[in-house]
Design a binder for this molecule. Sequence first.
Ligand SMILES: *Cc1c(COP(=O)(O)O)cnc(C)c1O
Length: 405
Amino acid sequence: MSARKIISSSHYEVPPTAGLPLRASDLWPGPAALPETVAAQLGTPPLQLECSGTACLLVALMTLMQRQPKRRVVVMPAWTCPLMPIAVHNLGLEIRLCDLKPGHWDMDGQTLEAICDENTLAIMPTHLAGLVADVDAAVRVATKVGAYVIEDAAQALGATDRGRSVGLRGDVGFFSLAAGKGLSIYEGGLLLTRHDDLSEELRRTAEEKVPHRIGWELRRSIELLGLAALYRPRWLGLAYGRALRKHLHEGDSVAAVGDDFPRTIPLHRVGRWRQGVGAHAAARLPAFIQDNRERARQRIGQLRDIEGIEVFDNAPGTEGSWPFLLVRLADAGRCQDALDQLWQAGVGVTRLYVHALPDYAYLADRVPRQATPQASRLAAQTLSISNSRWLQDADFERICSVIRR
Ligand SMILES: *Cc1c(COP(=O)(O)O)cnc(C)c1O
C-alpha cells in the first residue's frame, strides 16, 4: 500500500473523529455532576452513567429481559459497532440483523417489519455518524409486535430530532463517552429513557448487577490521563497513527480501524474523579457541537460539488452531532483507491467499520451467517472524513481532490 504523504508536516495527525479536547484544568477534582450537567444541556430526563456505551446496552437489555423473559431476539442494523452483537451474545440472547436501505446506512423499513415477531425483545435503530436514524419506523414495528426500541446514540451526543435530543423517541437510548466520541472520560456511557418506571428499573438493575471494581477504575483513570495528554495533533501520531499504519502494513484493516474487540465487556461503576473531569469538560459541549455543525455544513457543501459520491446529511427535522463526515463512493474499488492515498496520511480519513457484521471472521461464532448484501456493499464503498477542528482547510481540500480523481 502506498502511503503518500499529502500534508506538509508529517508530525501532525488528525484524529478520525471530532473529540472534545480535555484541558489540564479539567483534571482537577470537581463535583461528580457529569450526568446532571449533560442532562441539563440536552434537556433530557435524568441520565444514568455507566462505564461504557456497551455497558448501557447490557443494563438496558438485562432490564428488558426481566420484563419480557420469553423474548430472546435483538434486532440491529447489519452495519454497526461489533460491540453490539458481542454484548447481546454475552447475555445469551439471539442476534438478528436487519439489512440496510439500498445505498444508505439506516435499516430498511420493509426488511425490519419482515424480521420482527413475538420473539423480538428489542429493536436497535442506530444514529450512525451522529446522524439521526428513523426511530419512528422502528417504533411502528415494535408496537405491532410488542417489542422495545433501544436507540443506539453512541455517536450522537447532542444530535436532535424535531428539536429534542435523540434517545427519547424509543424506550431507551444511550450515548458513548469513549475516547474519540465527542465528550469522553476514556470509557463511559449515558443511559436515558422517557419512561419514569423504566428509569427506576434501569437504576435498580445497575444497583444489583454493576459492581465496584477498583482495578478497572484505576486503569480507566490512567487511560484518561493519557488521553488528556496525547489528544492533540502533535501527539496523536504516537497514540493513534503509529498503530494504524502498523496494522495496515500487516494488511489487517480490522485491527487498524479498532474493530477487533475482546469477547468480554467490563462492567463496573465509574469513579468520582472521572465524573468530575467529564463534568468540567461538558461545560464546553454546547459550543463544541455548534462548531462541529458549522464546519460540517461548510465541508458538506464542498463535497457536494464532487460528482459520483454521496455525503450523508441530516434527514428533515433532524440535526446531527457530526463527529465525522460519512462519504459513499461510486464503488468499492474507487473507495479503496482513495483510502490507499489517504488512510495513512494523517488527515483523519478512515473507514467507519470495515465490514458488515456477518463479514467479520472473528465474530463468526456469535453473528448469524445471514446475507446482508446492502450492508456489505455500503461497508466497502464508504469512508469517513474527520470533522475535527484540527483538520485544516488546505488538507480538507486535498482530501476532496483525491476523492475527485
Ligand atoms: C462506539 C459505539 C458503541 C459502543 O460504545 P462504547 O462506549 O465504546 O462501549 C456502540 N454503538 C456505536 C454505533 C458506536 O459507535
